[in-house]
Design a protein. Structure first.
Length: 706
């Protein structure tokens, strides 16, 4: 039977609605929802039917003449652009930077001159190793790239959430990334370093050992992008109007304090919500809970640089905050999600070489190499030298230059001259250089022979690794050991496991022993050959996450499991306490439609129980009726909800009626002070207050498989 237009596409009634009216305000299409623009081709021609291609006869072939079809499919076929070779998976948001004070004595950078004057900003957070579609909570470094649209050009601080890096010289970057990415023969594993190639490379690269401590710590499994620090990593320069240079390291300090998840939780979150971090950022910004960081500067001069134990040009080293305090000079606030992910987050082009007058580079060999790589990669990725014409990349200050033409040029200056010097004055003549206002490189003295070497001052690979490890709390040290055991257990080659333990022996004996035991190494290797012996440096409390957590539960999330018969007053009490703390509450029920509360009111749920496991919350409340607890005790997802919350050392509040479910989940009501009984609404404030500690770490030894 011949198919009619209606049978193949829209119904007759829907097609009947396709009425076009041509008015003075352009073409509009009247629908039940009101006037909307008429669908057109890219050329602006109105489209009559977007459901069916043009064909010869009722059942004949599609005609070449169908230009609308051809244009639509052609464009679709070309939708993807190459993903970033690293940091492919990212999430961005708009906001502003606002200085607290004038820094004119240190830098002439325009954005630091006028306290309180806001500079537009765009930030893109990312993971490094995974491709665009990988999960958010992979164990990985997070990119923390900030674009500041200043009045004297765009300044990009292309940093990470870890202040050191794996390698000292950019020439090793392709090797590092090849080793970390999926192995080329098999094409896996995705978005993780737990495989032979990565640890083979690392175990042959002693300069990575400080970074190894950082990546095996919980820094690489942040609870939220909002709860992590950012770092510019390299030493940069700030230069004032008199030409005086001061060395600087950049820090971003989260206003909400730092927080990470535990590894077992990360594994489960990735299944439950691969978009965990982006959803969290989106939700917070949409709710008006704008994440905020303070810009911190570690400022020091040549004398300090010369007296410091390490080379300030070595990106595998920090300068401890105890030696050079972090001066907080302004705040970065993210207050607007993107309108279009592709146009903004995907097409944004960060480049370390984007600096402004008053900021300058140093000779850090990693930074010098990056300054080549970022411009180069944008051409590959965005396909045209005119990527700066895209609104997300264009400066927001006036700009004028003679670079012209090329693919997709859409800032095309008027006037006769496209070169200079020229003898055309005024508008015809175009822009001119300005020795007064223009960027001038800091005139650092240079001499010496051309050499392909690594400076001797870069040779201490273990002392800061030891300092980092020993500065952690016991809980965090245990997490580092567990992470190393997990990763190296995925390494199949015994010699690589042993080689890593040999390095750990130069960092900390107890750590090396714990890892060797955890791997059941049958023979302890000899310590790795070290270019320099490990020094015992002062501990630095700034290196610990747990010592730098928040003092409130603000911005965190409680998951309340509710059932029919939920005590309405208790739930109201919890809602109030959560709101007063600036936290969030998500209601999880057996069915998403909701539950009928004790007072007969209907409460709509946010999640069905298997869509809202406890791993996506910071604390949980079991507000169950006897009937609800009995029902859920038979549900494995409900038992996991409780058991996981306990294993992940979270605070758990519960009604007396919830006990049958808790019992089935193996959680005793008197287990510890993190399991809190609620009987009346006023108890809820105490529960939320207890949650400020975030986790009950003393539960650790009882759930140590985590
Ligand atoms: Fe890089 C992207 C951070 C070393 C080459 N890098 C990229 C991004 C961040 C960093 C945050 C993502 C930017 C975005 O969101 O678009 N990279 C770092 C840090 C490093 C570092 C903190 C060490 C201190 N990177 C590094 C080296 C090289 C590169 C040594 C090359 C020699 N990085 C790139 C790149 C990327 C990139 C290939 C991929 C996409 C892009 O640049 O725009 O050029």
């Amino acid at each position: 039977m011949a198919k009619t237009k209606q049978a193949a596409g829209l119904t007759a009634a829907q097609l009947g609605e396709q009425k076009i009216s041509r008015g003075t305000g352009g073409e509009t299409h009247q629908t039940a929802g009101g006037d909307v623009p008429v669908l057109t081709t890219q050329q602006g021609t109105p489209v009559a039917d977007d459901q069916n291609s043009l064909r010869a006869g009722q059942r004949g072939p599609t005609l070449m003449e169908d230009t609308h079809f051809r244009e639509k499919i052609f464009h679709f076929d070309h939708e993807r652009i190459p993903e970033r070779v690293v940091h492919a998976r990212g999430y961005g948001a708009h906001g502003f930077f606002e200085p607290y004070e004038s820094l004119a004595d240190i830098t002439k950078a325009d954005l630091f001159q006028r306290p309180g004057e806001k500079v537009p900003a765009f930030v893109r957070f990312s993971t490094v190793a995974g491709s665009k579609g990988s999960a958010d909570l992979a164990r990985d470094v997070r990119g923390f790239a900030v674009k500041l649209y200043t009045q004297e050009g765009n300044w990009d601080i292309v940093g990470n959430n870890i202040p050191v890096f794996f390698i000292q010289d950019a020439i090793k970057f392709p090797d590092l990334i090849h080793a970390a990415k999926p192995e080329p023969d098999r094409g896996f594993p995705q978005a993780q370093t737990a495989h032979d190639n990565f640890w083979d490379f690392i175990s042959l690269t002693p300069e990575s050992m400080n970074m190894v401590m950082w990546i095996m710590s919980d820094r690489t499994i942040p609870r939220s992008l909002r709860f992590m620090e950012g770092f510019g990593v390299h030493t940069f320069r700030m230069v004032n109007a008199k030409g005086k240079s001061t060395f600087v390291k950049f820090h971003w300090k989260p206003k909400l304090g730092m927080q990470s998840v535990v590894w077992n939780e990360a594994l489960k979150v990735n299944g439950a919500d691969p978009d965990f971090h982006r959803r969290d950022l989106w939700d917070a910004i949409q709710a008006g809970d704008f994440p905020e960081w303070e810009l911190g500067l570690q400022l020091f001069d040549e004398d300090f640089a010369n007296s410091f134990d390490f080379d300030v040009l070595d990106a595998t080293k920090i300068i401890p905050e105890e030696l050079v305090p972090v001066r907080r000079v302004g705040r970065l606030v993210l207050n607007r999600c993107v309108d279009n992910f592709f146009a903004e987050t995907e097409q944004v082009a960060f480049m370390t070489q984007n600096i402004v007058p008053g900021i300058d580079f140093t000779n850090d060999p990693l930074l010098q190499g990056r300054n080549f790589s970022y411009l180069d990669t944008q051409l590959k990725r965005l396909g045209s030298t005119n990527f700066t014409h895209l609104p997300i990349n264009a400066p927001k200050c006036p700009f004028h230059h003679f670079q012209q033409d090329g693919h997709m040029a859409f800032h095309n200056p008027k006037g006769r001259a496209n070169y200079e010097p020229n003898s055309w004055g005024g508008e015809q003549g175009g822009p001119r250089e300005s020795p007064e206002k223009g960027f001038a490189s800091y005139p650092e003295e240079m001499d010496g022979p051309k050499l392909r070497i690594r400076a001797e001052s870069f040779a201490d690979h273990y002392s800061q690794a030891r300092q980092f490890y020993r500065s952690q709390t016991e809980v965090e040290q245990a997490h580092i050991a567990s992470a190393l055991i997990f990763e190296l257990s995925k390494v199949e080659t015994l010699a690589i496991r042993a080689r890593m333990v040999a390095h750990l022996l130069n960092i900390d004996d107890a750590l090396a022993n714990a890892v060797a035991e955890g791997l059941r190494l049958r023979e302890m290797p000899k310590p790795a050959d070290a270019a320099q012996p490990t020094k015992d440096l002062e501990k630095s409390s700034a290196l610990s996450i747990l010592l730098n957590g928040p003092d409130s539960f603000k911005g965190r999330k409680i998951g309340a499991l509710i059932s029919d018969g939920v005590d309405a007053a208790l739930l109201k009490g919890l809602e109030k306490a959560v709101e007063a703390e600036g936290a969030m509450l998500t209601l999880v029920a057996p069915m998403v439609g909701g539950v009928e509360a004790s007072d007969g009111s209907w409460i709509v749920a946010d999640e069905k129980i298997d869509g809202g496991p406890s791993v996506v919350f910071d604390a949980v409340a079991l507000l169950l009726s006897a009937e609800g607890a009995e029902l859920l005790a038979e549900e494995s997802t409900a038992r996991d909800f409780v058991a996981d919350a306990f294993a992940h050392q979270k605070f758990i509040a519960h009604t007396a009626e919830a006990l049958p479910l808790m019992e089935k989940a193996g959680v005793k009501p008197d287990a510890d002070e993190g399991v809190i009984a609620l009987s009346v609404a006023k108890d809820t404030a105490g529960f939320v207050e207890a949650c400020r500690k975030l986790r009950l770490w003393t539960r650790g030894p009882r759930v140590k498989q985590v």
